[in-house]
Design a protein around this ligand. Sequence first.
Ligand code: IVH
Length: 711
Amino acid sequence: MADQVDTSQIDVDALTQAQAEAELARLAERLGTANTAYHAEDAPVMPDAEYDALKRRNAAIEARFTDLKRADSPTEQVGAAPASGFGKVTHAVSMLSLANAFTDEDVREFDTSVRKYLGLGADDPLAYTAEPKIDGLSLSLRYEGGHLVQAATRGDGSVGENVTANARTIEDIPEEIAGAPEVLEVRGEVYMSHADFAALNTRQEERGGKTFANPRNAAAGSLRQLDPEITRARPLKFFAYAWGDVSAPLADTQAGAIQRLADFGFSVNPLTRRCDGPDEMTAHYAKIESQRATLGYDIDGVVYKVDDLALQKRLGFRSTTPRWATAHKFPAELAWTRLESIDIQVGRTGALSPVARLTPVTVGGVVVSNATLHNEDYIQGRDSKGQQIRDGKDIRVGDWVQVYRAGDVIPKIADVDLSKRPDDATAFEFPHSCPECGSDAVREPGDAVRRCTGGLICPAQAVEKLKHLVSRAAFDIDGLGAKQVEQFYADGWIAEPADIFTLQDRYGSGVQQLKNREGWGDKSAKALFAAIEDKRSIPLARLIFGLGIRHVGEAASGLIARHYGSWDALSTAMEEARDCEGPAWDDLVGIDGMGSVMAGSLVGTFAQPAERASIDRLVDQLTVQEAVQADTSTSPVAGKTVVFTGTLEKMTRAEAKARAERLGAKVSGSVSAKTDLLVAGPGAGSKAKKAAELGIETLDEDGWLALIGTA
Ligand code: IVH
C-alpha cells in the first residue's frame, strides 16, 4: 500500500530516475485498482478527475523517462475484464479509450501532433468535430441486415459483456434501421438524465432498494442487470457518436457519418459542431461548459475528432487510444477540511507512506476522507530538491487543509490555512523506524521515500507481499483474499508464500482446523484447500508477478516469462546476471520493455539470500508451467529490427514507425549488425552505406509498403 503515495507529490520535472520508477509503479497499481472498480464493479474508488490526473501524470513521467515505461503501463490498458454473469462478446473492432487534454494549450498541442504525424503545415486546413463527452458507459450495437443482433459493453476494450436483451429495452435504440450497410456497429453512450436519476433514487429508497451515487453508476447498474425487465423499468438513454465494424463506409467525414447515424434514427448530440482549428474548438468547449449545468445530463468534457475519415485512418491508433481524437476534460475541484491525523503505512517494498485522515468533505460530489501526504519533505513544505512548496508551510495534525482532486495527483493536500492553525499544533515528526516492525527506516540519498529495512521480518511487508501473491493477476486463489491473508498471518498460519501450499498438511487435515474458525464452515474450508491445490500448477508469468518484486509488474512478468521460457532458465540466468554485467545481464536488459532499473531489481531480489531461500521454498511447492513463445508467424516483419532513413514520401517517419511496430517490428535509429532491414528514402546517407557494408537488406519506401501490404 505504502508505495502508492511515496513520490506522488514531486513534480514530474523534479523526479529522479529512481523516484520516477517508483512513481510509475505506484501509478500502475492505483490505476489498475481504479479500473477494476469502475469498469467491472460499478463502484468507483476515485473520482474521474483524479483518475484522469493520475493517467496524465503517468503519461508525463513516461514521456520524460521513456525507458522506464512499464510493460504493464496504464497507458496500455483500457477498462477491465468483463464481469461474470453475462456472455462474453469479442469486439470485431476494439472499443478504445480517449487521450485527455486539460488546457487550451493541450488542445493546441493535440492539433500540432496531428499535423506533425500527417506531415501537414501549420496553415494547411484541418477540420475537427467537437461534441460533449457524455458521462455514461459505452455500448456497441451490432446491426446485420438492418436488425439489431447484438449489444455489448466495452469490457476491457476487446472483450465485453453481452447485454443484448437489456439494450433492446432502451427506447433510443432502434431494433430495425433502414438504408444501413449490411454490417454496422453503432457505438455510443448509455446514460441517465438528472431528473430520471433523482426519481429512480427516490423510488429505490421507498422500496428499500439500492440507491446510486451518481447517474453514471445508475446507468451502469441498470444496464448490467441479469434480468432485462429491471433494465426496462429504468429510464436509460443513448447517444450515438461512433462506429465499429462496418461493411461499407458511412461517409467521408466524421460529421457526415454522425448525420447518417441520425438518419438511421439514432439520437446524436445536438451540441456537435465542426471546427476549423484549435481556436474554434476551445471556443466551442467554453460554450458547452457554460451549458453544462442546464443540460440535464452529466458530461465530463468535450471530445474533438479529426473530421476527415481518410485522415483518421492514416492517423490510426496508439495501443489504447486513437491519434485522431482527444477528450478535453473539465477542471477539477477544491474543498477545505480538517486534518485529523497522519497515519504511516508500510508497503510491500517497505516504503513508509504518510496518509492524511480528514474530516470527510464532499469535493465535486465525491466524499473524500483520506489524502496522500506523499513523503516527509512534502509534509514539511519542501519538494525533493529542497525547494519550498506551499510557501514553505508545513502540515500539522489539526490544520485546516485544502483538498485537491485533480492536477498532478489526487486527492492531495494543496494548501494549509495558517490562520486556523490550533495553538497546540506541533510539527509532524516523521518516524525513523518502521511503525510495524521497529526496524530502522532509512532514506537513501536521492530517494524521497524512507524505507523499512526489516525485509522479510517486517510484518507489514510480509502481509502486503502475501496479499499481492494471492491477488487476481498473480495466483488468484479463490477464497483467499486480503482479509483472510491478514487473519492467517496474524494467527501464525501463514508467514511466507510457501506456507499457503503447506497449510493443509501442517494442520493434519487443514479442513478440520479451518472449519472451526469464525467465518469458515466445512464447505468453505474444503473449497479453499481445493482452490489452493488448483493453483499449485502455475504459469511462469503469474509466478514471477506473484513474487511482488519491485518494479516488476504484470506485463513485465509476461515478457520475462516468454523470454526465459522456464523457471530453471530464469533462475540460472538470474545467478549469471547477479553482478549486473556479462552476457546474461546484457540478455536481460535487452528484453524489449525491460529497463535497467527493473532488471536490477529482479537480479537483486534473486541475489538476496533470505529472499531467494523464500522463493525457492515456494517454488518447491509448485509445478511451474513453461511459457510459450509468442506466435509471430503472421507478420512479415515481426521480431525484425528495422531502420528508416532518408525522406519518406508517402507518410511521416512517425507514421512509418508506428505501422512497423504494430506489425511486431522493432524500430531502431541506427544501423548495426542487429539490423534486419533498412528502409531508405531519397537522401539516405551514411546509414545506407553502413547497411550495404554489413550486407543488410535495403528497401525503398514502395518496397517496404509492398512488403507490409496495407496492414
Ligand atoms: S469517441 C475511439 N465520443 O469516453 C474512441 N467517446 O474516454 C471512440 N465518450 O469509451 C470514443 N462521449 O465511452 C467518444 N462524444 C463521445 C463520447 C465518448 C463519451 C466515452 C466513451 C469512451 C470514453 C473514452
